[in-house]
Design a protein around this ligand. Sequence first.
Ligand code: TXA
Ligand code: MG
Length: 329
Amino acid sequence: METRVGGREIIPFCAELIKKGEVVGFPTETVYGLGADATNEEAVKRIYEAKGRPSDNPLIVHVSEVSEAEKVAYVSDLAKKLFSVFSPGPLTIVLPKKDKVPYSVTAGLDTVGIRIPSHPIAREFFRACNCPIAAPSANLSKRISPTTAEAVFEDMNGRIPAIIDGGSCSVGIESTVLSLAGDTPTILRPGGITEEMLRPYLPDVKLFSGKVKVAPAPGMKYKHYAPIVPCVLYSSVRGAEREYLLRKGEGKNPIILTKGANKELWEEKGFSYLSVGDTGEEFTSNIFRLMRYCEKIYDYLLIEKPDENGIEGSLLDRLMKSSGGKCVF
Ligand code: TXA
Ligand code: MG
């Protein structure tokens, strides 16, 4: 299959593909998605095939308005309030599903994750399709989430008929998944909307923690976000330096991904490095793209550990998975 890539001008063509039950790559403000008609079982099956993903991991359903969300889920007043504050944007709310959503989308669950993206191309695409769009991130299963159309092409060339190019994703990691389906509002996956931002509206919100057996968010039990070369985090310059020299000594070609504020230090030492940016937002928005770039040139990635709060706290969740929890001190 040939994969067509184009800008906003291919939206009508892509909407036709969706109506025929095909899968299309599209941009959102978080990461690129792999979309299909959420009400078409065959189309949904194709998403799992293209991604190489186990079908026990539910998909998020994307819509352009709350009124569209109400066609696929029971949207409580609290959910409406949260959508009015944080959407369109990087928040997914897990709600009781309506019959229109097949169980193949929710992996057998009676709930569905609903998201209203803010990316103008995503919104134009949804309106042209005129149906709810089920979409996971547009990477091959286990791989780094794609934040550019090039990254989607890398993983999906020949597997899907089209990719809409909307440039680099501004947030750079996936949406926050918040469940309102249980007794206590629970963040199942931290993301673009942080716990601190939700707290004023949800004083009792908690972060899901603990081992995933019977999964409230089945995605949590799989390896994720991994580059094709080893990747470790570092929390001190000394630790990073030691690890870098150790790998050099083994004949490897390591690179340091440093926060902008510390880059001079690596420059002075003559180490290979790249800056991830000067703020937590830049770090988050750049890192997946940089990881995909570096894995092609270097064979060992040393990434400065993000802080534990705010957007960097969400990024830390992802990078702990990329590194398999390995951190040098
Ligand atoms: O930003 C995003 O959320 C991106 C863009 C494309 O919208 N999408 C995305 O989808 O990251 P995906 O499939 O890679 O991750 C969806 C996460 C998984 O961890 C899944 O388990 C969880 O959301 N999820 C989806 N529906 C759920 C449900 N009904 N109950 C619990 N967790 C759910
Ligand atoms: Mg994903």
